[in-house]
Design a protein. Structure first.
Length: 94
């Protein structure tokens, strides 16, 4: 697993996955990862929050089972082809 893609706990209600510290364009990878997590969320997931270079997964501590199980689930998602595929762009008409 790439070092910048390791899921790490943030306090006791969230896990963060940083995807953009290797100098490459991160936003399409962030969107792909966020979409992959939303498609197969760990138990207890409350929200998936994409940012410029990271994805924050907020969970309900009473419903996740174990923190390590949640981290393992996200680590598998990070390695999935869906998380590595660039997200489709959106068209906005003005």
């Amino acid at each position: 697993m790439h070092a910048t893609m390791m899921p790490l706990p943030v306090g006791d209600t969230a896990i963060e996955i940083v995807v953009g510290r290797d100098g490459g364009p991160a936003i399409s990878r962030v969107r792909a990862l966020a979409d992959a997590v939303r498609a197969d969320p760990p138990p207890g997931t409350v929200d998936v929050v994409p940012a410029l270079d990271r994805v924050l997964v907020v969970y309900d501590i009473g419903r996740i089972g174990t923190l390590q199980g949640c981290i393992d689930h996200l680590a598998a998602t990070v390695q999935s082809p869906a998380a590595r595929r660039p997200a489709a762009g959106r068209v906005h008409e003005i």
